[in-house]
Design a binder for this molecule. Structure first.
Ligand code: GCB
Length: 610
């Protein structure tokens, strides 16, 4: 199991953060993958190893330059920059941590030429104590990062390297990176890199689990302490504060239960006039021999989630998912964290009246999750397990999948917005080998999440052949009637969808929802009668789905509809994608297609009628 917690770095009277965002130096390894390791590029400034270019952090590197060789690069790229650590940090009483919000895919980090940390997989944070690696010289410090974006059958997401050996067609050694999914394999330092300090003995992790009994919020917590000289009789004080900062409940000890009378529950914004109510869990621990106090303030919400045979309940009330699958994807920055984009997307979510989204097909930035918590938007939190087929159901993939589940739950376990874990997207769950695989992943997830959130997968195999649903609580189904099958024949959608969903219900006996449906649509392309790829066809197609959803809703077990996708997004170059996947109801620059207005009307109407 994982070492240490992964609390989001927050300033407090005992903690300090220092962001390393900005322009770093960058170069690829060209055609010599081994060069950086052989020549020890981490031992000196990158600019002394060859030509470098400025590269923004955070951002994907792919779309920053005019060079296709950088956009399409497969292999090791290198970053570095210099920084100062304040003199006041050079004391044994402080721990200095270097933290990456995420980097894609495999990452090695050096500080002043010394290896500090490595991490397998994008989309999730990693960190290391670096205090002992920092220099006390006036020349400051250097952080060097090597990142490899190569995907294999054992990575998540999955891919494979294919060597092209026909020398009439390809130069010697030619290979391509195949991807088992259709979003661009953006790479680089995608999220914030920062240094933060804690006292030498510190609050390492906090787990908060909430329940509601007769208007009383019950907050169970567990604090983990870390560091040198840990005092076994360490004292911790806990204060729960409301939104105004008023202390409303208190406790002491590393674990306990606190009662919040007349608790204001965390509600989705479509269910309550005061949505997304966040309390603060303020922990103070003097855990070291020297008695220095560490203070950490964790935002949390009080709410319950339950799944019955037919319903998805938030605070005991039925919740109907209306929303979309999204991507972290935008022009120029790729998958790089961008506060402007985050704010815009949440404004669009509210404008559309959507109450939820799925983090297809990987965990999103913590800064996105913060907004979901605070704005009362419900999240289905997905691991990067997209494209699991026969060759991927291997021990090596499973081992990594189990680690990723643990990293995700460790990161997001305290978030009220997260109501369900999605442990895969469209796996070949018709294969018998996938049974043990998903059993193992589901068991691990259930054992890790103390609050026991329900589990799901976006399934796409035939219901009768599926072996994964038995390990889940809610069945999500991806279906493209009227698009990948019978394209242009929207009139068939109702019949096909009803039969499909009924079958999933009969086979599983569980709540069912549609997690993807949609059609590629080029904004501004029109034709009447509707024709595939036009705005008219997207409108017609989703209209047919909506009629069928309304029939399904009356049956009592249908719990949601998520359209694919929130916005257009970039993909690899193929003949089935026209400058990316165009199934967005918004364009890539977040302007509405005709379908966005249809969705908006529907979501607002459904809320008002419920
Ligand atoms: C799917 C995948 C999604 C694709 C979508 C499509 O089923 O889950 O990643 O983008 O279909 O548009 O083909």
């Amino acid at each position: 199991s994982l070492k240490g917690g992964m609390l989001y770095p927050r300033d407090s009277e005992s903690r300090e953060t220092k962001e390393l965002s900005g322009m770093w130096s960058f170069r690829t390894s060209g055609s010599d993958q081994d060069a950086g390791f052989r020549e020890q590029w981490y031992s000196k400034p990158l600019s002394q190893t060859g030509p470098v270019i400025p590269m923004p952090v955070p951002a994907s590197y792919n779309d920053i330059t005019q060079d296709a060789a950088i956009r399409d690069y497969v292999g090791w790229v290198w970053y570095d920059r210099e920084f100062f650590a304040p003199t006041r940090w050079r004391t044994d009483d402080l721990r200095v941590v270097l933290r990456f919000g995420s980097a894609h895919y495999y990452t090695i980090v050096w500080v002043n030429g010394q290896r500090a940390v490595s991490h397998d997989g994008g989309h999730l944070p990693f960190e290391a104590d670096v205090g002992h690696l920092l220099s006390d010289g006036r020349r400051g410090n250097r952080v060097t990062v090597a990142i490899n974006n190569t995907l294999s059958p054992f990575t998540l997401p999955t891919g494979s390297i294919e060597y092209k050996n026909d020398t009439n067609m390809y130069p010697p050694g030619y290979f391509v990176q195949n991807l088992n999914f259709d979003f661009f394999n953006y790479a680089g330092i995608h999220r914030t890199v920062l240094l933060y300090t804690t006292p030498a003995t510190y609050i390492d992790d906090i787990t908060v689990v909430t329940d509601v009994r007769d208007a009383v919020g019950v907050v169970r917590y567990n604090l983990t302490l870390g560091g040198r000289d840990l005092n076994p009789s360490a004292t911790c004080k806990v204060v729960i504060r409301d939104k105004e900062g008023t202390a409303i409940a208190k406790s002491a000890g590393v674990q306990g239960e606190v009662k919040v009378a007349d608790a204001i529950l965390w509600w989705p914004f479509t269910m309550h006039p005061q949505p997304g109510y966040m309390y603060t869990f303020e922990a103070r621990c003097a855990a070291g021999q020297e008695g220095v106090e560490d203070v950490y303030r964790l935002p949390f919400g009080i709410r319950t989630v339950n799944v019955t045979k037919s319903e998805f309940l938030i605070n005991g009330r039925p919740f109907y998912f209306m929303g979309f699958g999204k991507h972290e994807d935008a022009n120029i920055r790729g998958k790089g964290l961008d506060y402007a984009l985050i704010a815009k997307d949440f404004n669009l979510i509210r404008w559309l009246g959507a109450n939820s989204f799925r983090t297809s097909h990987y965990p999103y930035a913590e800064e996105i999750m913060d907004q979901a918590d605070r704005q009362g938007v419900v999240v289905i939190d997905e691991v990067p397990a997209v494209g699991l087929h026969k060759e991927n159901f291997a021990k090596q993939t499973l081992q990594h999948h189990l680690v990723v589940i643990e990293e995700l739950i460790r990161r997001d376990k305290n978030r009220p917005s997260v109501v369900m874990w999605s442990i895969a997207n469209e796996p070949s769950s018709n294969l018998a080998v996938s049974n043990d695989y998903f059993k193992a992943v589901a068991e691990r997830a259930r054992s890790l999440d103390v609050s026991r959130r329900p589990l799901t997968i976006a399934l796409s195999s035939a219901a009768a052949k599926d072996v994964a649903h038995q390990h889940l609580d809610v069945v999500m189904v991806n279906r493209y009637f009227g698009w990948y099958s019978d394209p242009g024949r929207a009139q068939l959608i109702g019949r096909q969808l009803l039969a499909c969903i009924e079958e999933w219900r009969n086979v599983s006996g569980k709540p069912v929802m549609v997690s993807e449906y949609g059609a590629d649509t080029i904004a501004g392309m029109h034709m009447d009668p509707p024709y595939v790829f036009t705005e008219e066809y997207q409108v017609q197609l989703i209209g047919e789905y909506h009629k069928a959803f309304d029939v399904l809703r009356k049956k009592g077990y249908f719990v949601g509809e998520l359209i694919w996708n929130f916005a257009d997004f970039m993909t690899a170059q193929t003949i089935t994608r026209v400058v990316g996947n165009k199934k967005g109801i918004l364009t890539r620059d977040r302007q509405p297609k005709a379908s966005a207005h249809v969705i908006r009307r529907r979501y607002h109407q459904l809320v008002n009628s419920s």
